[in-house]
Write a protein of this length. Structure first.
Length: 157
């Protein structure tokens, strides 16, 4: 099992409402078994409606990120934790531009809901590190592990 899946299950109880950006098989299944309620944003219908009833299927735009209007309209108000694990790709434009969209679109609509954000695959040398840098510049303290990064809102921000 992925290290970040274990971390999430050990540190966030079943009452936590998860917003998973980028669904899959192993992680989504594990989270659906652990959390009482979760949402999964996904563009690929192959990964939708497999493990719970709150999939948000949103197509990708030409820039490789979820369609802005549909993403903004679909994001729920009641999440307590965000896991950023998709969509795949993100080389052109840089994934940090996508992180900017997540922060400004999805979270500004909710008065920038300050919740923990876990960024998976930060062991790679490309886009995931840019997401962490972006979050650190926008009021988050981030702690790297070997494979993922835990970002928590700074106090008073």
């Amino acid at each position: 099992m992925s290290a970040y899946i274990d971390y999430v299950k050990e540190n966030y109880g079943p009452e936590t409402v998860l917003l998973e950006i980028g669904a899959g098989h192993r992680s989504t299944k594990a989270f659906a078994e652990h959390f009482n309620k979760m949402y999964s944003v996904e563009h690929n219908p192959r990964f939708c409606d497999l493990y719970h009833d709150n999939y948000l299927q949103i197509p990708l735009d030409v820039d490789g990120w979820y369609n802005s209007e549909k993403f903004d309209a679909a994001i729920p108000d009641d999440y307590d934790l965000v896991i950023l694990d998709g969509p795949v790709g993100g080389f052109d434009p840089p994934f940090v531009k996508m992180a900017d969209k997540v922060f400004r679109m999805g979270f500004t609509r909710h008065n920038i809901k300050r919740v923990d954000i876990i960024v998976d695959d930060t062991c790679r040398q490309w886009y995931e590190k840019d997401v962490v840098k972006f979050l650190e510049g926008n009021g988050y303290e981030c702690e790297d592990t070997e494979y993922y990064t835990i970002c928590k809102p700074k106090e008073g921000k």
